[in-house]
Design a protein around this ligand. Structure first.
Ligand code: GTQ
Length: 355
C-alpha cells in the first residue's frame, strides 16, 4: 500500500489546520516558501527609479524655508525606492538622500557606526570636518565620513550647497549594529590643516609605519573632482574605451587597493560622444549621480522596460540583476556607488556582460 500523502481537498484542509497549529509555536513550513527563499535568480523588490533634478531642486529649497540645518541636524530629502516606501532606502542595503546646507548654517557634530559618502551636486563654499580635519566641498568631489568618526558640515560661502549622501544605513539595520552619539560641541575643533591627509596618504606614498587611522576605511577622505576629471579626460583620449562602461574607474583606499569604505564601492565614468553601450547586469544595485553631460539609461527585467533620459544633477538607481544599457550623444560623466565590496567579501558578486 502506498502511504505517500498526496494533494487532495481533504489533505489541503489538513495541511491548513497543521499550519495553524504550528503557527502557535512560531513555526512555519519551509515548503510553502522555499521557491521564494532561494529563487533561481535575484528577485529584488526594488524598482528602477529616477529623480530629475529640476523636479527635486524646488522641494530642496523649500525645505530650507521650513527647517534649519541646526534643528533638522541633517536637512536631507531621502531618495526612497518607490517599491520600498517608508523604509528610508534606495536599495535593500543602501540609503541615499540629498542634503541641503545654506550660507552660515552648521549641521552639528555627531558620529555613528554607519559609513557615509558625500558626492557634491551643486554649490561652493561648504565644508565637511572629519576627526579634526576640514575639507572643502566642490561640485563633483567625493568625500568620505568613516564609521564612528566625528563629523559636522558647514557652509561659509554665499550660496546653497547640495550633496548626495550615500550611507549603509539599511545594512547596519539588517545587522542590528548601529550606534550613534551627538558631539558635545556643535562644531568639532579643527586640529589639522586642510589637505594634510591627502599629503600624508594620497601622493602614492604612505608613512613608513602606517597605521590605518580609520580601520578598513580609506585614510583619504576627499577625492576632488579636479583630479578625477583630468584622469578621465586623459584616458578618454589615450586609452581604450570599454564597450559597456566607457571609461570607468573605481575609487580606492590607497593603503589596500580595495574600496574606500568596507560597505560601499564608488565609481566615476565618462562616456564619449556617440556612446551606445552594451547591456550588462550585476548583483550589486547601484545609485547614480549625473555630473556632466546628457544621456540615457535603459533598464529591463523580464518584459518590463524603463528608460531615463538624464542630464546634470539627475539621480537614478539600477536595482540588482536588472539589465542596463547606457547611451550618450554629447558624452557625459557619471558618479555611482553600490554595495559591491560586501558581495565580494561574501563571494556572491556576479556580473554578466551581455552583447
Ligand atoms: O550627514 O551624518 O543623509 O547621519 C543621513 C544620516 C546624512 C550625516 C544623512 C546622517 C547624515
Amino acid at each position: 500500500m502506498d502511504l505517500t500523502p498526496t494533494r487532495t481537498p481533504a489533505n489541503d484542509a489538513a495541511r491548513k489546520a497543521f499550519y495553524d497549529a504550528i503557527a502557535a509555536h512560531s513555526m512555519t513550513p519551509l515548503w510553502e516558501v522555499l521557491h521564494a527563499l532561494v529563487p533561481p535568480a535575484p528577485a529584488t523588490p526594488c524598482q528602477p527609479a529616477f529623480w530629475k533634478y529640476d523636479a527635486v531642486h524646488p522641494y530642496l529649497m523649500q525645505s530650507g524655508q521650513l527647517i534649519s540645518a541646526d534643528e533638522a541636524v541633517r536637512r536631507v530629502l531621502i531618495l526612497e525606492n518607490p517599491a520600498l516606501r517608508g523604509q528610508s532606502c534606495i536599495t535593500q542595503s543602501l540609503y541615499a538622500g540629498l542634503q541641503l546646507i545654506l550660507p552660515g548654517e552648521v549641521a552639528p557634530s555627531h558620529r555613528h557606526t554607519q559609513s557615509a559618502l558625500r558626492f557634491v551636486v551643486q554649490g561652493h563654499g561648504a565644508y565637511t570636518a572629519v576627526d579634526g580635519e576640514r575639507t572643502r566641498m566642490q561640485p563633483g568631489d567625493f568625500i568620505i565620513t568613516p564609521s564612528w568618526t566625528w563629523h559636522d558640515h558647514g557652509c561659509e560661502g554665499n550660496e546653497p550647497v547640495v550633496w548626495l549622501d550615500g550611507l549603509d544605513i539599511p545594512m547596519l539595520r539588517f545587522f542590528d549594529a548601529g550606534f550613534a552619539e551627538n558631539g558635545t560641541a556643535r562644531q568639532q575643533a579643527v586640529t589639522r590643516p586642510e589637505g594634510l591627509s591627502t599629503h600624508r596618504y594620497g601622493a602614492n606614498m604612505l608613512p613608513v609605519r602606517y597605521e590605518a587611522p580609520f580601520g578598513q576605511t580609506s585614510p583619504i577622505f576627499s577625492y576632488p573632482y579636479a583630479r578625477t576629471q583630468e584622469t578621465l579626460r586623459q584616458l578618454q583620449t589615450h586609452a581604450d574605451i570599454d564597450a559597456w562602461d566607457g571609461t570607468k574607474l573605481r575609487y580606492v583606499n590607497p593603503a589596500t587597493g580595495g574600496s574606500p569604505m568596507p560597505t560601499m564601492a564608488t565609481f566615476m565614468q565618462q562616456l564619449p560622444a556617440g556612446f551606445d553601450g552594451k547591456p550588462w547586469r550585476q548583483t550589486d544595485g547601484a545609485v547614480f549621480s549625473v555630473v556632466e553631460g546628457y544621456g540615457s539609461v535603459t533598464l529591463s527585467r523580464g518584459e518590463q522596460v524603463w528608460t531615463f533620459e538624464f542630464g546634470p544633477r539627475d539621480h537614478f538607481v539600477i536595482p540588482s540583476w536588472h539589465t542596463a544599457q547606457l547611451r550618450s550623444a554629447p558624452g557625459c560623466v557619471l558618479f555611482s556607488f553600490s554595495d559591491r565590496p560586501v558581495h565580494q567579501a561574501l563571494g556572491i558578486h556576479r556580473e554578466e556582460r551581455l552583447s
